[in-house]
Design a protein around this ligand. Structure first.
Ligand code: MTE
Ligand code: QUE
Ligand code: MOS
Length: 768
C-alpha cells in the first residue's frame, strides 16, 4: 500500500452501483421462509385494556401470533439500562411500540391478520416536547455536570454578558436500507442476519429473549445500507422479534420495515433545548460560559446518557473557556426512544457555543471569524478542556491558516458586503466554523476490538474483525491495512462478513473508531502470524546460504515477497513461504486484540482523558438567501481536514462530503412535525426533506491536509466518520449572517436548528 496516493475504491463500489450487492431483503432463497410483522401501538401513551389475537391466529397462512406472554426468556431488550419491554404488557409509551408480532406465509397474510387483532386501549395524556417534560420535571436520570474554574466570580467581574436559549431539532436517519432481519433456526441454534451496527449486543439480547445463552445465537452482518447510528441499538429489536417468531415456528422468519413504518416508529437524533450565559471582554475573549443542555430522550434510556455526555464534552468545541459549567439533563417523553446519530450529541453541544460566539461578534460589530480565532485553544495556559484533558498536537491554527488562504476569506467578506449593499432582497452570508471532535468511546471500556486472521495454504488471506460495514468503507480500509502489514497485494485479502462466532464480545461500530480499533486488532493478529512466519523464513534462507545468517527480526514482508533486510538478495515469495510453513506444521491462524491505551472518564467528577486524540477541521460557506421567500442556496463551501495520514483519500473524501451534507440537512431542511397526539406527520420523503443533489454547494472544495501523521494510531491515520457532520454550522451561520445583513448587522436574528425556509422568513420579518 502506497497509502493515500494510490486510488483504491470501496470494495463494494462496483456491486453497489450495478445492484449486485445483497442486503437482507434480497435474501430470498431460504426454504420455508415466513414473513414477520409487528403490531405497533397507535397511541403515544395508553393503558392496554385487552388484547384478542384469536381471530388472527385462525387465519389461513398465519403461523404464529405472539404477545409478551409467549416470550420464553426475558421480556426486556433495553441495551444499556433494562427499561424497554420487547412486547408491551399493560401499557404503551410511544407510537410504534410493539404490542404483538405475527408470522405468516406472506406479507399480505400478515397485514390481513393484523386487522383481525383487537387491542383495546385506555388513552392517556402524552408528553411530547421538551418544554412540557421540563415543566413536569420528567427526568430520565439524575442531571450531569462538568465544571472548571469559578464561573460565579467570573460572571461577577464580567465586562459583557449575553444570555439566550437555543432550540435544536431532531433528525431522521434516512439510511437507504430500512431496519431488517432474517432469523434461521437450526436444531436449537439461531442464525441471525441482522442490519445492526452492534452484532454482539444483538446476539446477547436475542439469547436473553429466547431464554438461551449467547453461544446458541450467531449474528452475521454482511453490510448495512447505511446506519448513521440508527442501527447501533435499534436493530436489536427486529432481531429479537424475528428470533421469537422463528423460535415459535421453527421456520426462518424475515422482518423488513416499510419506509413509513421505519420513520414513524424508530428513534431519531435527540432534540435539545439549551440555555446559555456567557461573559466576554471587549475584544470578544470568552471569560465564562454557563450552559444547560436539555435533551428529549423519548420513551426509554437507550444511549441517551452517553449522547448527553458527548454533547457536554463538546460544549466548548474548539475554544478555550477558563470558567465553564455544563449541566446536562435527559428528559423522558412519549416518543420512540431517541438514539445515536452521527456526532452522537456533539452537534447539539457545539451548536450552542457557535451561537454564543456568533452573537458576541455581532454585539462587538466584528466578523465572527475573528472572534473564533481569538478564542481557539492555544499553547500552555490555554490548552485545558473543561473536563481536564490537555489538548496535545493542536492543529487548529494550521487548519485555520490554510482555509483562510485557500477560501480567500477576507476578500470574499468584502465581496459579500458589497453584494449586500447593492441588493435589497437577496442577501449573502459568509461563515467559518471549526470542529474539534474527540475520538474514543467516552464509555472507556468500549474502546476494545478483536480480530481473527487466517492464511490459507495457497497464500490467500481471510480477515475477520469486529467492525461492521455500513458504507463507510471500513472493510476496504481493513483490507488495505492487512495488505500493508503483511506486505502482500490487495487481491490476496478478503474481509469476511462480521460474525459473532468469529470475533466475540465486540463493541458497536460507532464513535468513528471502527478503523482505529479494529485496524489495530487486525495488525496485532498479523504481527503474531509474521513472528511465526519469520522463523520459518529465516530457517529456510539460512539453509540455502550459510555464510550470512538471517535473523528472524530481520525478515521483511513486502511486495508479495519475504526477504532479509540486511541481505535483500536472500528472499522467497510469500506464497512459497506459506506452503512451507504449512508443511513445517505452523499455525496459520491468529486472533488479535487491541484496547485504546490511556483513556478514562469519571462521570461522577466529570473529569478525565476521555479521548485518545481529536480530529480537526474547518469549513467556510457562502450562501445566498432570498429575503422574500426564505429560500437559500449554498454558493460555495470550502473544507480543510486534518485526518493524519489518510488511509484512503477517496473514501475519506466521500465521508467528508456526505457527512457535511447530512449536517446541512439537519440544520436547514429536515424538520420533524408531530400532531398533538404524537403522530409524526412527515414520515416519507415527500414531506421530510433530506438534501438532494441540487442542495450540494455550487462550488465545493475539500482539502485533506498532507504530512501530519498522527502518532499511536493505525498507520498514523485519524478517524473520519462523524467529524465532517459538524462542519454544517458554516452553512447554518452563513444563513444567519445573510439575515443579519438585512438590518445591516445591527440586530441579532432569531435563529434555531433547523433554519427552514419558514423560520428564515419569520426571522427576516423580525428584522424589519
Ligand atoms: N458512512 C456511510 N456511508 N454510512 C453510514 O451509516 N455512519 C457514520 C459514519 N459514516 C455511516 C457513515 C457514523 S454515525 C459512524 S459512527 C461511522 O461512520 C462508523 O464507522 P467508522 O467507525 O468505521 O468510521
Ligand atoms: C460515543 C459513542 C458511544 C458511546 C460513547 C461515545 C456509543 C455507545 C456507547 C455506549 C455506552 C454505554 C453502554 C453501551 C454503549 O457509548 O456508540 O453499550 O453500556 O454505544 O462517546 O458513539
Ligand atoms: Mo455513529 S452515531 O457513533 O453510529
Amino acid at each position: 500500500m502506497k497509502n493515500s496516493s494510490e486510488i483504491i475504491s470501496h470494495e463494494s463500489a462496483f456491486n453497489h452501483v450495478s445492484g449486485r450487492s445483497v442486503y437482507i431483503d434480497d435474501m430470498q432463497n431460504v426454504g420455508n421462509l415466513l414473513y414477520g410483522r409487528i403490531v405497533f401501538s397507535p397511541h403515544a401513551h395508553a393503558s392496554i385494556v385487552s388484547v384478542d389475537t384469536s381471530k388472527a391466529k385462525k387465519l389461513k397462512g398465519v403461523k404464529a401470533v405472539l404477545t409478551y406472554k409467549d416470550i420464553p426468556g426475558s421480556n426486556n431488550f433495553g441495551p444499556v439500562v433494562h427499561d424497554e419491554v420487547c412486547l408491551a404488557i399493560d401499557k404503551v409509551e410511544f407510537i410504534g411500540q410493539a404490542v404483538c408480532i405475527i408470522a405468516a406465509e406472506s406479507e399480505e397474510i400478515c397485514r390481513a391478520a393484523e386487522k383481525l387483532i383487537a387491542v383495546e386501549y385506555d388513552v392517556l395524556e402524552p408528553i411530547l416536547d421538551l418544554e412540557t417534560a421540563i415543566k413536569k420535571n420528567n427526568l430520565l436520570a439524575p442531571q450531569r455536570k462538568i465544571e472548571i474554574g469559578d464561573i460565579k466570580s467570573a460572571f461577577k467581574k464580567a465586562e459583557n454578558i449575553i444570555e439566550g436559549t437555543l432550540q435544536i431539532g431532531g433528525q431522521e436517519h434516512w439510511y437507504l436500507e430500512t431496519h431488517s432481519c432474517l432469523c434461521i433456526p437450526d436444531e436449537g441454534h439461531y442464525k441471525v442476519f441482522s442490519s445492526t451496527q452492534n452484532p454482539s449486543e444483538t446476539q446477547l439480547l436475542v439469547a436473553e429473549v429466547l431464554g438461551l445463552q449467547s453461544h446458541n445465537v450467531e449474528v452475521e452482518v454482511k453490510r448495512m445500507g447505511g446506519g448513521f447510528g440508527g442501527k447501533e441499538t435499534q436493530g436489536n429489536h427486529y432481531a429479537c422479534w424475528a428470533a421469537l417468531l422463528s423460535n415459535k415456528t421453527q421456520q426462518p422468519v424475515k422482518i423488513v420495515l416499510s419506509r413509513d413504518d421505519d420513520q414513524k416508529t424508530t428513534g431519531k437524533r435527540h432534540p435539545f433545548l439549551a440555555h446559555y450565559k456567557a461573559a466576554y471582554d471587549k475584544i470578544g475573549i470568552l471569560k465564562a460560559v454557563d450552559v444547560e443542555l436539555n435533551c428529549n430522550a423519548g420513551s426509554s434510556t437507550d444511549l441517551s446518557m452517553a449522547i448527553l455526555e458527548r454533547a457536554m464534552l463538546h460544549a466548548e468545541n474548539a475554544y478555550f473557556v477558563p470558567n465553564m459549567r455544563i449541566i446536562g439533563r435527559a428528559y423522558k417523553t412519549n416518543l420512540p426512544s431517541n438514539t445515536a446519530y452521527r456526532g452522537f450529541g456533539g452537534p447539539q453541544g457545539m451548536a450552542v457555543i457557535e451561537t454564543i460566539i456568533d452573537r458576541i461578534a455581532r454585539k462587538l460589530g466584528k466578523d465572527a471569524t475573528e472572534i473564533r480565532f481569538r478564542n481557539f485553544y492555544g499553547e500552555k495556559d490555554r490548552n485545558i478542556t473543561p473536563y481536564g484533558q490537555l489538548i496535545e498536537r493542536n492543529r487548529l491554527k494550521a487548519v485555520y491558516e490554510k482555509i483562510i488562504r485557500s477560501s480567500n476569506y477576507y476578500n470574499r467578506r468584502i465581496e459579500v458586503d458589497r453584494f449586500n449593499t447593492e441588493n435589497k432582497y437577496l442577501k449573502r452570508g459568509l461563515a467559518l466554523t471549526p470542529v474539534k471532535f474527540g475520538i474514543s468511546f467516552t464509555t472507556s471500556f468500549l474502546n476494545q476490538a478483536g480480530a481473527l486472521v487466517h492464511i490459507y495454504k495457497d497464500g490467500s488471506v481471510m480477515v475477520n474483525h469486529g467492525g461492521t460495514e455500513m458504507g463507510q468503507g471500513l472493510h476496504t480500509k481493513i483490507s488495505q491495512i492487512s495488505a500493508a502489514e503483511l506486505g502482500v497485494s490487495l487481491d490476496k485479502i478478503i474481509v469476511s462478513p462480521t460474525n459473532t462466532s468469529k470475533v466475540p464480545n465486540t463493541s458497536p461500530t460507532a464513535a468513528s473508531s471502527g478503523t482505529d480499533i479494529n485496524g489495530m486488532a487486525v495488525k496485532n493478529a498479523i504481527e503474531k502470524l509474521k513472528n511465526r512466519l519469520s522463523q520459518v523464513a529465516a530457517e529456510k534462507l539460512n539453509s540455502e546460504n550459510t555464510d550470512k545468517k538471517t535473523k528472524t527480526e530481520d525478515v521483511i514482508f513486502e511486495n508479495n515477497m519475504v526477504f532479509d533486510k540486511k541481505n535483500p538478495q536472500k528472499k522467497l515469495s510469500f506464497d512459497a513461504l506459506i506452503s512451507l510453513a504449512y508443511i513445517k506444521q505452523t499455525s496459520l491462524s491468529a486472533t488479535g486484540y487491541y484496547k485504546t491505551p490511556d483513556v478514562n472518564f469519571n462521570r461522577e467528577t466529570g473529569t478525565g482523558k476521555p479521548f485518545h486524540y481529536f480530529s480537526y477541521a474547518m469549513s467556510v460557506s457562502e450562501v445566498e438567501v432570498d429575503m422574500l421567500t426564505g429560500s437559500h442556496k449554498i454558493l460555495r463551501s470550502d473544507i480543510v481536514f486534518d485526518i493524519g495520514d489518510s488511509l484512503n483519500k477517496l473514501i475519506d473524501l466521500g465521508q467528508i462530503e456526505g457527512g457535511f451534507i447530512q449536517g446541512v440537512g439537519w440544520c436547514t431542511t429536515e424538520e420533524m412535525k408531530y400532531d398533538k397526539k404524537g403522530n409524526l406527520l412527515n414520515h416519507s420523503p415527500d414531506t421530510y426533506k433530506i438534501p438532494l443533489a441540487s442542495d450540494i454547494p455550487n462550488d465545493f472544495r475539500v482539502t485533506i491536509m498532507d504530512g501530519i501523521p498522527n502518532p499511536n494510531t493505525i498507520r498514523k491515520s485519524k478517524a473520519i466518520g462523524e467529524p465532517p457532520f459538524m462542519l454544517c454550522f458554516s452553512v447554518w451561520l452563513a444563513i444567519k449572517d445573510a439575515i443579519s445583513a438585512f438590518a445591516n448587522h445591527t440586530k441579532d436574528p432569531d435563529f434555531r436548528i433547523p433554519a427552514t425556509n419558514e423560520h428564515i422568513l419569520l426571522a427576516v420579518e423580525k428584522m424589519k
